[in-house]
Design a binder for this molecule. Structure first.
Ligand SMILES: *Cc1c(COP(=O)(O)O)cnc(C)c1O
Length: 381
């Protein structure tokens, strides 16, 4: 059975977790600090704040950006549901905008149409690792005085116009869930260039506590903390951070390997004219967190049949990215929203297996399965 994904974890990560456990300092300690410093340096952002996952990263970003009840935040419906949920957590309303067919990323023209006097921010998602057009959205946000927040859950190691994702805007949120390109089990990171945001994020992730564990540990005089606002427990542990440091060292290599697999898929599928492939545009460097193909309306085989045929051959696949407005949690409150492109992409797309290391025979098993299925259905390519 070829799985859809698996994390690339080795003895290095296991040893790092083991060593950290034996130091006796297993949360909010030196490993978390080191991981933050290394992640900031990697992305080119001034600061990075480690948190428990990307959903909590998004929640804290909403708070520091000043989003609250009565505010509207524009985001894609076509994203993992955590994107919309983070907006709900602060009492604001997600306003779903349409994506572009080719990239699956938010469409700046459609987003602009949905701006009202209550709009406070745009939450921009880099869909399955493909960077969205950050400059277009920054320009839009500047023009309407909105905050730009990036949901880069899938985009560690991706780059936009020559710079790594994480360096472009004021708040960028990453995930280290096992389905992402690097993993700490669960985990998240926020990068920012703003010192005030950095300081407040560190407070909020640890109960609003004015003195962090490291400062107290290193102090030579007694020191008492204050809890200066109602915060959260959104901490990352040092065990996770130690794993994260090892993963980060491999990130560029992992991305290169993923891109090789993506280009093998590309070569195999480009001859099939009813399959739409991920775009490869200048300035948009994807880490291929997922490889998603689109079955055009001209396709002689329907999506679910193709997925079943793959499964029958021992190959896992997934349908396209979900639409939050179609889920029970959002359906009633977003009945009137019309997002034909997003819905069509969800219904007609297939995510294929992609993980490191993926052997050549595994890749050709998949590409050959496509040929076999199409021949069986007497589809000439
Ligand atoms: C995975 C994902 C999240 C949630 O990340 P967690 O670390 O699991 O909380 C949020 N947004 C997008 C776009 C994602 O893909």
């Amino acid at each position: 059975m070829i799985p859809i994904a698996k994390p690339y974890l080795t003895e290095d990560e296991a040893q790092a977790a083991y060593d950290t456990i034996l130091t006796g300092w297993i949360t909010q300690g030196p490993k978390v600090q080191k991981f933050e410093e290394k992640f900031a340096a990697y992305t080119g952002a001034k600061y990075a704040v480690a948190v428990s996952n990307c959903t909590t990263a998004l929640h804290l970003s909403m708070i520091v950006a000043g989003i609250g009840p009565g505010d509207e935040v524009i985001c894609p419906s076509m994203s993992y549901i955590a994107t919309a949920n983070a907006i709900q957590y602060v009492g604001a309303t997600p306003v779903f905008a349409e994506v572009q067919q080719a990239t699956c990323n938010l469409d700046p023209i459609d987003a602009e149409k949905r701006i009202t006097k209550n709009t406070k921010a745009i939450l921009l998602v880099h869909q399955i690792g493909m960077p969205a057009d950050i400059e277009a959205f920054q320009e839009l946000c500047d023009r309407y005085n909105l905050k730009l927040i990036e949901d880069a859950a899938c985009a560690a190691g991706s780059a936009y116009k020559g710079r790594k994702i994480g360096s472009h805007s004021e708040l960028v949120c990453f995930s280290f869930h096992p389905r992402k390109v690097i993993s700490t089990g669960d985990g998240g990171m926020i990068t920012t260039n703003r010192e005030d945001y950095y300081n407040r994020l560190k407070l909020l992730r640890q109960h609003g506590m004015s003195v962090n564990d490291r400062v107290r540990h290193e102090a030579s005089r007694i020191i008492f903390e204050d809890h200066v606002e109602v915060g959260y427990n959104y901490r990352m542990t040092d065990i996770q951070a130690a794993v994260g440091i090892k993963q980060l060292e491999k990130l560029d290599w992992i991305v290169e390997e993923r891109r090789k697999i993506a280009s093998a898929y590309h070569e195999a599928f480009k001859v099939i004219d009813f399959i739409g492939l991920p775009p490869e545009e200048e300035g948009y460097f994807s880490n291929y967190q997922s490889y998603c193909i689109y079955l055009k309306p001209s396709s002689p085989i329907d999506r679910n049949t193709l997925m079943q045929e793959l499964l029958d051959r021992g190959i896992a696949s997934r349908r396209g990215i979900m639409n939050s407005h179609r889920e029970t949690a959002y359906r009633d409150s977003h009945r009137s929203v019309e997002l034909p492109i997003s819905e069509d992409l969800q219904d007609r797309s297939i995510i294929l297996p992609l993980y490191v290391p993926m052997r050549e025979d595994e890749i050709s098993l998949i590409t050959n399965a496509f040929k076999d299925i199409l021949i069986k259905k007497t589809i000439v390519i």
